[in-house]
Design a protein around this ligand. Structure first.
Ligand code: KG4
Ligand code: ZN
Length: 352
């Protein structure tokens, strides 16, 4: 393994996206490929774990070939394989874990299990300009809503999190109530943006849950109930539907923005990193940019394609960890079991 240049293949299979990428610590991201299963799951209104696992099996090797091929890289050039070890759907995680272990064993190179949320929170480091440690990270995905203090690789301190639904989950559930299908977050956001772009005044006001709770926790399940009440009270014309989507998006974006600002104040830090699927939300991005400017902070977003699940963030986190722990990452032996952690705490990610 070259001490300066590391070439890492990243594999992400924690939920309903198969992501594969190739990261070179000297040259950056060389290639990446993604297959989204959302169309398959949309028929069922949500992710069906068993179908997800089976589809990852179908997609992962062709995507590995495609990723290597488009970068002109051969398997024997790889220094390590990184895969999502958790959290996520157990069967889906096992696909990435087993492919990574098999490749690592065959090539006799290290295999690193990466925490999915570490991948997300390091993903803004793939962009330029990149934030430098320490920073506050707002992690807003389909399964998690957390504010973390990030003091270095593996040094993550939880500042606050949702006590019930994650922000993305609230987007998806509300979208379902509005008849927008699955996955509903992006559809709801599009409808809300169209409404605000039309210049019409907002006719609904939704609560800002836990805005004044005095801590950095969130709660989003009540918003969904508030939307349901509106739906029962009003005739659901396309106009009303769009107005509700707008009010919902405003409420979520407001709370996420205020709590992020409070986290910066509490930690005394001036850099905010936003990661996870909801980080693609335009209104949230606008609110955060505006607030950050007001308080003299800087906000960093991953590229839109790296906000949602992807292999690039896993390859990148793998390369960072490998650089820090060089020589201490083991190779796969014949008898090694491959490891997944369907439930896994981000705060236990210290480098060993
Ligand atoms: O990070 P991610 O791809 O997967 C998880 O690890 O959960 O996040 C997916 C979540 C979904 O809930 C999806 O509805 C939401 O991110 N999402 C959005 C937008 N794009 C994706 N929510 C609001 N606005 C968007 N533009
Ligand atoms: Zn994710």
């Amino acid at each position: 393994m070259s001490p300066h240049r590391l070439l890492v293949l990243g594999i992400e299979t924690s939920c309903d996206e198969t992501g594969v990428a190739l990261y070179d610590s000297g040259r950056g991201l060389l290639s990446h490929a993604l297959y989204s299963q959302s169309e398959m799951h949309s028929e069922y209104g949500g992710v069906v774990p068993e179908l997800a696992s089976r589809d990852h099996i179908r997609r992962v090797l062709p995507l590995v070939r495609q990723t290597l091929g488009s970068a002109g890289v051969h398997l024997r050039n790889l220094d390590a394989i990184a895969y999502t070890q958790g959290p996520g759907l157990a069967g889906a995680l096992l696909v990435g874990a087993s492919i990574a272990a098999a490749l690592g064993f065959a090539l006799d190179i290290p295999v690193l299990g990466i925490h999915h949320l570490e991948g997300h929170l390091l993903s803004p480091l793939l962009s330029t300009p990149a934030p430098a440690f320490p920073f506050v990270a707002l992690l807003v995905s389909g399964g998690h809503t957390q504010l973390m203090e990030v003091n270095g690789l593996g040094l993550y301190k939880l500042l606050g999190e949702t006590v019930d639904d994650a922000a993305g989950e609230a987007f998806d559930k509300t979208a379902k109530l509005l008849g927008l299908g699955y996955p509903g977050g992006p559809a709801l956001s599009k409808l809300a943006d169209e409404f605000s772009g039309s210049g019409r005044p907002s006719c609904f006001e939704l609560p800002r849950p836990m805005l004044h709770s005095g801590d950095l926790n969130f709660s989003f399940s009540g918003l969904k109930t508030a939307v349901l009440t509106l739906i029962h009270k009003h005739e659901m014309t396309p106009e009303t539907r769009a107005a509700i989507a707008f009010a919902f998006q405003e409420a979520v974006a407001d709370v996420l923005t205020e709590k992020s600002v409070a986290a910066l104040a509490k930690t005394g830090l001036t850099q905010l990193v936003v990661a996870g699927g909801v980080g693609a939300n335009r209104q949230l991005r606008n609110n955060l940019r505006q607030k950050a400017e007001e308080i003299g902070a800087t906000v960093f977003f991953p590229e839109l394609e790296f906000c949602t699940d992807n292999g690039a963030m896993i390859a990148f986190a793998g390369a960072m960890r490998l650089r820090e722990t060089q020589g201490r990452v083991g190779r796969v032996k014949k008898t090694d079991p491959f490891t997944i952690n369907a439930r896994w705490n981000l705060e236990v990610q210290r480098l060993s």
